[in-house]
Design a protein around this ligand. Structure first.
Ligand code: NI
Length: 185
């Protein structure tokens, strides 16, 4: 287990389409998952994708513990999702502020599907399927984008809603939605 360096925007690996995992419960995969949780924990992230630590494989981790400071945010179970697939449930989109550990200090307003179903496997190969909405759905869409070489700035519709978190907090009119638990992922 180890805390890994996080690649930042500009590194070409973040633009690659990551490869599907073929074998489950291998020492390599289990070590990767441990490293990802360690790294996410140190960085106080809500999610992390394997390419962010330089491994171009379709593995994401995410989760959010209950937090009394943010009673409106539903907790998200600590989850490993290998070879994830997303299916939007309906076409309703919702805009929310996102950050990313690969763009430290920045935030952008990103539209995402409000409700999705996602499927995948844990690292042992057990199937996972959930229907989720809101922040949970947003985090998974953000992480799966990483596996397809997409960083959130490409999803921003109005580039005026993109900037440094400190400036946005000081000057933006609608800062309330910035005040979500470490929306870095
Ligand atoms: Ni990210």
């Amino acid at each position: 287990m180890a805390v890994k360096n996080i690649l930042r925007m500009g590194h070409p690996l973040l633009l690659e389409t990551a490869a599907s995992v073929k074998e489950f419960n291998t020492p390599t995969l289990n070590a990767l998952v441990d490293d990802m949780f360690d790294t996410m924990g140190v960085e106080s992230g809500v999610g992390l994708a394997a390419p962010q630590i330089g491994i171009s494989q379709r593995v994401i981790v995410f989760g959010l513990k209950e937090n009394q400071r943010y009673p409106d945010i539903q907790p998200i179970p600590m989850t490993v999702l290998v070879n994830p697939e997303i299916e939007p449930l309906g076409d309703e989109m919702e805009s929310g502020w996102e950050g990313c550990l690969s763009l430290p200090g920045m935030r952008g307003l990103v539209p995402r599907y409000r409700q999705i179903r996602y499927r995948g496997f844990d690292q042992k190969g057990n199937q996972i399927e959930r229907e989720v909405e809101g922040f949970h759905a947003r985090v998974v869409q953000h992480e799966v984008d990483h596996l397809d070489g997409i960083l959130y700035p490409r999803r921003i519709k109005d580039m005026r809603m993109f900037g440094f978190e400190q400036e946005l907090e000081q000057h933006q009119l609608e800062t309330s939605s910035l005040n979500t638990p470490e929306s870095n992922s």
